[in-house]
Design a protein around this ligand. Structure first.
Ligand code: UDX
Ligand code: UDX
Ligand code: ADP
Length: 470
């Protein structure tokens, strides 16, 4: 008999678990979905009566409004949710290790292991356990070992890998209409039955030809590889942007021409000040660590270069700002527009803006920051983490967080666009120009604004992937 899924538990109410399982609840009204987290503040926010959810994601509020209290619940009672569920998503954080073996590249699996041990301790019936967090290859194997060594009689655990491919800012539409859903299982009858059970959940709204079932290890590796190849496209286009700046070619024209080749395709070829986000760098470093563990140093070096190119792109951009401002920005006011790692999210993890601002700080500039979504406390936390040796008081003397773009640009020498928020297109640039010191510089790190239009107003505009014009 195929296993029927009636109750789902999701451990981890973060950027992945929250939206994913909320959408499952909306699309499967017959399934009770409980999302649990140890972090009580986070759960309270998910439960807040006025829908002040812990993450900003377009369309998420409507999803939560539809299902919360009907078949979608948020709770800190992890044990109860585990006990009642037939299927458990493990969607906890897997940051890069900061110390110990593999520091700087290996994934910290402490949270995954703790969640797994909790499942083993609490479960009194058989469960399908689904690895949702991005994890190194063969983590499912460790989970299986832990579960089997600690299970009670008559409890069986089947492990699946079901990596999430949603991108922040478009999470809800990605979940509603995914390119594909990937499910990995052991190729045993039990493994395949568990896989079928999860397929039947997604089949409530995803066309079955988009649900790919593969082996456990292929599924785990595919997630790392997909992110590594996406990031590699950006590092490739960013490497080309440096050549454009030096030669006079235009990166937009080059990307457009390349993307017309159907073998390459037009998406994800936008030059930028550098990719950020919680996934790309972490997953590539995981792949590097995996390659090294497999004694494949050439493979490791190949992938590591994608991250190094990204670091270079950020450094190169802040140097261009300093160079253009007559080789010094000491005591000059720089407005940084955007702090999130991309538009339509309040997430700042690995955001290029953090690196740029740290560079400007070390040049002793004064920095005004404006971002439409990022909460101020997060900005302070990020800046403190980026410069651990500088006391927060000193950082606050140099950096001001502003509540509008116009305010941030007042009395500035230069505006730096670090995130491609649409609203930066609609800024009253004439008013910005009036309020700035002259010459007034704009540095577009996102190929966002119409440089010619700004030049007509009087700005000196520098754009990624285009030579500096006098
Ligand atoms: C990514 C993957 O897209 C997603 O499939 C995976 O599940 C998680 O990692 P995310 O990090 O949310 O998603 O955002 P994404 O849109 O991929 O952007 C990542 C970074 O690359 C951002 O900083 C973005 O600004 C940058 N980027 C993206 C570019 O610089 N140029 C591009 O052409 C595309
Ligand atoms: C290439 C470009 O495709 C073409 O646009 C350009 O004008 C000239 O260079 P070509 O070298 O004739 O054309 O053949 P192509 O089909 O691109 O293959 C190049 C090499 O890559 C071959 O050795 C091929 O076997 C190999 N290849 C191609 C792979 O190993 N894997 C693939 O998925 C595709
Ligand atoms: P992601 O981007 O992968 O979703 P987040 O950090 O946003 O990562 O979310 C992961 C969540 O998992 C956090 O809210 C964290 O509190 C939660 N978490 C970690 N370990 C456990 C655990 N053992 N039980 C319950 N929740 C956990």
């Amino acid at each position: 008999d195929p296993v029927k899924v009636n109750k789902i538990c999701c451990i981890g109410a973060g950027y992945v678990g929250g939206p994913t399982c909320a959408v499952i609840a909306v699309k499967c009204p017959h399934i009770i979905v409980t999302i649990v987290d140890l972090n009580e503040m986070r759960i309270n926010a998910w439960n807040s009566p006025d829908y002040k959810l812990p993450i900003y994601e377009p369309g998420l509020e409507a999803v939560v409004r539809e299902a919360r209290g009907r078949n979608l619940f948020f709770s800190t009672d992890v044990d109860k949710a585990i006990e009642e569920a037939d299927l458990i998503f493990v969607s906890v954080n897997t940051p890069t290790k900061k110390s110990g073996v593999g520091a700087g590249s290996a994934a910290d699996l402490n949270y995954v292991e703790r969640a797994t041990r909790r499942i083993a301790t609490v479960a009194n019936s058989s469960k399908i356990v689904v690895e949702k967090s991005t994890v190194p290859c063969r983590t499912a194997e460790s989970m299986r070992t832990i579960l089997e060594a600690n299970s009670k009689p008559n409890c069986r655990f089947d492990i699946l890998s079901n990596p999430e491919f949603l991108a922040e800012g478009t999470a809800i539409s990605d979940l509603y209409n995914p390119d594909r859903v990937l499910i990995g299982s052991l190729q045993t009858p039990e493994g395949k039955a568990a896989s079928d059970a999860l397929v039947s959940v997604y089949a409530n709204w995803v066309p079955t030809e988009r649900i790919l079932t593969v082996g456990l290890w292929s599924s785990e590796l595919s997630k790392l590889a997909a992110n590594a190849m996406l990031a590699q496209r950006i590092s490739s286009i960013n490497a080309l942007s440096a050549i454009c700046e030096a030669t006079g070619a235009n990166i937009d024209e080059v990307a457009h021409a390349i993307g017309f080749d159907s073998r390459v395709g037009p998406k994800f070829l936008k030059a930028s000040v550098g990719f950020g986000g919680s996934c790309f760098q972490k997953d590539i470093l995981n792949l590097v660590y995996l390659s090294e563990s497999c004694h494949l140093p050439e493979v490791a070096a190949y992938w590591r270069q994608v991250v190094e190119m990204n670091e270079y792109q950020k450094r190169r951009f802040s140097k261009r700002v300093v160079d253009t401002l007559f080789n010094t920005i000491t005591d000059k006011r720089i407005a940084v527009l955007g702090f999130a790692f991309k538009a339509d999210t309040g997430d700042t993890r690995e955001s290029a803006a953090i690196t740029l601002i740290r560079d400007f700080q070390s040049e002793r500039a004064l920095i005004n920051i404006y971002d439409p979504q990022v909460v101020h406390s997060q900005i302070w936390t990020d800046l403190q983490e980026a410069s651990p040796q500088v006391p927060l008081d000193a950082i606050k003397k140099q950096v001001t967080i502003c509540s509008s773009a116009l305010e941030a640009c007042k009395d500035a020498e230069a505006v730096v666009i670090a995130t491609e928020w649409k609203e930066f297109l609609d800024i009253d640039w004439e008013a910005v120009y009036e309020n700035m010191n002259k010459p007034a510089f704009v540095f577009d790190g996102r190929l966002l604004v119409d440089a010619e239009k700004l030049r007509k107003i009087g700005f000196k505009v520098t754009t990624i992937g285009r030579p500096t014009t006098p």
